[in-house]
Design a protein around this ligand. Structure first.
Ligand SMILES: [Ca+2]
Ligand SMILES: [Ca+2]
Length: 680
């Protein structure tokens, strides 16, 4: 057995029964019949808050009053008091109800009024506790003579077994009714608890006097008006023992006044409750969350000194580097920054409803957790609410790395985040570059849908998950590839003899049935290699290129493999066009770029060429086009050699990144019309 108020004493016993919902009603005595059959301590059906309760109803309601030294309480519990407080002549220390009309000679100095007043006080106490004024028994303390100050007015002499476990706060309470409040000597009841080692531990800082206590009210019974109330002591002890006793002293022994009776002496378990709270229930990893430990006092608001907690945060939660510890009561807190250990011990002052201890914590990993304080992590506290926290991953940009040089006009951003979260990638001005969601593995990636210019660039990524925003930002450098091509196109006509004749000069003579092939030369005039050429051609002559990879300064030659047949129908429309679009991809050896290399110098110089195409840096769209303009022919006219002049300047210059449509229009309209007339 021990009584302790020292902080952070190791907890030896892990079993705690939760005491929840202690209310004032719990210390109201049960109806007399039930109370008479119940044991004095914490048995089933007894309110948790009440460890011991004596209602003095085992004394008879007839005959003469019974001395408290002769009284047997529950389980034959016995009582004693200082001689003055058991002196029947002083009208002290005997048990009576309003129905007890007899008296022993000398009781209350044979003062009928004193006996009548004590009976009335027993009735008042019966009104107060709800058992009825006629048969409620109480203990007389009318002080017809003077006694010593501070003597024991009542004490238990039989140990009261404690089944409450270790680390419990206990205090005592009593119902008292007083008369003659204007008299000289006030009542000054002081409650204490006596541990099994015989030590008496006062639990009253302020003595109880119904005449002046705010908790008292006026009652009247039998024509006698009194002040009466239920009074819990204003302090408590923290105890680990297995038995207890209660002692009630009276600070004043004077008999001029000090006229009272008492009833319903109780020992009550007033262990505070620890509620754990979080400032929010969802958080992003790394976000600061306020963790609150709220020690809630029980309703009597007695002082509670020395409760303590020594706990470890669950995995996934850590104290921040600067925990910003605060307390609203006298408390000592240990919460090392960036650790998981939190320990504190503190005191609730009399009248204090709660004490809040706050510490900054942060989730260090995604997932759900409960801030569960175990029963063996607390002393002098019942466990109350324990909060849950759901932590989502914060967004992190892995690519581009900070300071990296990215050779693309449409850079790709990638990183990690909370699975399923929405991702928005923006530039330094807030323009959205791309949007995506985080995949189940926690990864995201998207390429800019906007063209980014060379130079220093900022990418800001915002993740939205569980209603929470998380951002990351990277500054890097963009190197837009220098891609450029020029192209020339010339045409060849295959005559009847099968020979291919270049279309040169100002005009060319075409006969129906002649075949025409396109020979396009695409020259890489940029600073990056080009490759992956794809051609879209209308009409399709199955252009096939000599190479699909073009180093800077080199060319590829694309030739029709299925030449166009110049049918009468084809010529009949008066004009037709042939266009093709070449799409090429730029290449460079981006990995050779110094991570912090100057974009300016890199652009001015010539990028090194790869051994083989490796890095796709964008697409170059070009277009070469030819449109013939021919004299309209009569639909019914036979197709004949017209001798129409077709411009032979078929060389087209294309360059740059834009789609360029070039048109050659035949200039021989007038000539063709003349030829048609001749043929017809
Ligand atoms: Ca009673
Ligand atoms: Ca008196």
């Amino acid at each position: 057995m021990r009584v302790s108020t020292s902080p952070l004493r190791p907890i030896l016993t892990t079993t705690l029964v939760l005491a929840v919902g202690w209310t004032l009603s719990m210390i109201q005595p049960a109806p007399a019949g039930a109370a008479a059959s119940g044991p004095p301590t914490d048995a089933a059906g007894t309110p948790r808050g009440e460890v011991f309760h004596e209602d003095f109803e085992r004394a008879p309601d007839t005959g003469t009053p019974m001395s408290i030294r002769d009284y047997l309480g529950h389980s034959d519990l016995r009582f004693d008091a200082d001689d003055f407080w058991t002196d029947r002549a002083a009208c002290n220390g005997f048990i009576l109800s309003a129905s007890v009309t007899g008296a022993e000679p000398g009781d209350c100095l044979d003062a009928a009024s004193a006996m009548a007043n004590v009976r009335a006080l027993a009735g008042v106490l019966g009104v107060l506790n709800g058992t009825g004024p006629e048969t409620n028994s109480a203990v007389a303390a009318y002080t017809q003579t003077n006694g010593p100050d501070g003597a024991v007015e009542l004490e238990t002499t039989t140990p009261i077994p404690l089944a409450t476990g270790t680390g419990r706060f206990l205090t005592a309470s009593v119902n008292v009714a007083s008369l003659n409040c204007s008299a000289a000597v006030p009542t000054a009841l002081q409650l204490a608890l006596r541990t099994s080692d015989g030590v008496e531990h006062p639990v009253s800082e302020q003595a109880i006097d119904p005449c002046t206590d705010d908790r008292a009210e006026s009652f009247s019974h039998g024509g006698v008006s009194a002040r009466a109330g239920h009074f819990a002591a204003d302090s408590s002890i923290l105890i680990d023992g297995d038995s207890i006793g209660v002692v009630m002293r009276n600070g004043r022994g004077g008999g001029s006044g000090n006229d009272h009776a008492f009833d319903d002496l109780s020992i009550i378990d007033v262990t505070p409750t620890l509620d754990v709270e979080l400032s929010q229930h969802t958080a992003v990893v790394g976000e600061t969350v306020r963790l609150r430990f709220v020690v809630r006092n029980t309703p009597e608001l007695a002082a509670k000194a020395g409760w303590s907690v020594r706990t470890v945060l669950p995995g996934g939660l850590a104290v921040t580097a600067d925990p910003r510890v605060t307390t609203s009561c006298t408390a000592e807190v240990t919460a090392p920054g960036a650790g998981a250990d939190i320990a504190f011990t503190g005191d609730l002052a009399a009248g204090q409803e709660s004490c809040t201890i706050e510490v900054d914590v942060t989730p260090v990993a995604r997932g759900s957790l409960t801030v569960a304080v175990e029963g063996d992590a607390v002393r002098g506290l019942d466990l109350g609410s324990q909060p849950a926290l759901s932590a989502v991953d914060r967004v992190v940009i892995e690519s581009p790395a900070s300071g990296a040089v990215v050779e693309s006009s449409r850079p790709t951003s990638a990183g990690t985040g909370e699975p399923g979260a929405d991702i928005a990638v923006r530039d330094g001005e807030g323009h959205t570059l791309c949007e995506t969601t985080v995949d189940p593995a926690g990864r995201w990636s998207c390429a800019s849908t906007e063209v980014v210019e060379s130079g220093e660039a900022v990418v800001r990524v915002e993740q939205t998950a569980a209603g929470l925003s998380s951002t990351d930002e990277t500054t890097y450098r963009v190197l837009v590839p220098a891609l450029a091509v020029e192209g020339t196109v010339h045409l060849e006509i295959q005559g009847a003899d099968g020979s291919w004749v270049p279309v040169e000069g100002e005009t060319v003579t075409i006969d129906p049935g002649d075949r025409l092939r396109v020979i396009a030369t695409v020259t890489n005039t940029g600073e990056n290699a080009l490759g992956d050429i794809t051609l879209a051609e209308t009409p399709d002559t199955r252009l096939t290129c000599s190479s699909e990879f073009i180093e800077p300064g080199a060319s590829t030659v694309c030739t029709s493999t299925e030449p166009l047949v110049l049918t009468p129908t084809a010529l009949d429309h008066g004009s037709f066009s042939h266009t093709f679009e070449a799409v090429l991809t730029g290449y460079s050896r981006a990995s050779d770029l110094a991570p912090t290399g100057s974009v300016t110098s890199a652009v001015a110089g010539r990028l090194p060429l790869p051994d083989a195409p490796r890095v796709s840096t964008g697409a170059l769209h070009t277009s070469l086009g030819i449109v013939w303009g021919l004299a309209p022919l009569q639909p019914e006219a036979p197709l004949a050699r017209t001798g129409a002049e077709v411009p032979s300047s078929a060389a087209l210059l294309i360059s740059g990144l834009l789609l360029v449509g070039a048109t050659l229009v035949g200039a021989g309209t007038r000539q063709a019309r003349r030829d048609r007339s001749r043929l017809s």
